[in-house]
Design a binder for this molecule. Sequence first.
Ligand code: BTN
Length: 247
Amino acid sequence: MPINKATDPISLISFGEVDSTQEQAKRLLAQGKPAPFLVLAESQTRGRGRLGRSWTSPKGNLYCTIAMPCRAKPLAALTYAVALALYDCVVQCGVDPAILALKWPNDVLLDEKKIAGILIENISQDAQGVLLLIGVGVNLRFMPTEARWPPAKLDDYTATIPSPEFLAQDLAGRISEYVKALEDHGFGPLRGLWLRRAYRLGQEIGVSGDEQEPQKRGVFLDIAPDGALLLQQADRVAAIYAGDFLR
Ligand code: BTN
């Protein structure tokens, strides 16, 4: 796995239509392109979301993947670091932070509606750490007509929409900084930042569960040092590592 030094700037490679920027990044890695790098596409024919879902990807929104090595621990903290970087980008676009929130595990909500999605794939591991593909889609001018969570788009909230190139590079820079903070100082400081922006912290919420308990309900207590969502149920505190926040 060829890897550049962490201090190298992240190079941007732009495409028109691709299947998925995640797949495009994998192809570039297979061809020997050293990480970190940033893949940007105008549109995607097979955009992927979390949990095997599809991500509608018409021209006009942001679709990018950052391929980067990472030695941060716990790895689950990455998802919070990327969400914080994206939150900062949206604020930078002129959106009032009062209407922004972070929904577990990694959605940015604007007016309680989903404006962006994050998909993190860990594609290889060695003694130095892992190689991540951090895929981000932001609804700039379009949003899906049907979605599990009500969608939003940026141009309903700000007068000036940045170009996808600018936004992708801004985001990649902020992600690199948060990841470095995570590597240097651990999850504690970032966890505090994320919790201050958390959607429905301290309130009754529902999270998708497993076959035995398809829906877990309880009070959103905290995020644990290992990255789990802590849910206070009637008789216990459940630690949840993956799933969907239910409406
Ligand atoms: C989600 O909320 O389910 C995550 C959506 C992630 C979508 C982005 S768009 C760029 C990158 N390429 C993909 O195929 N998916 C991610």
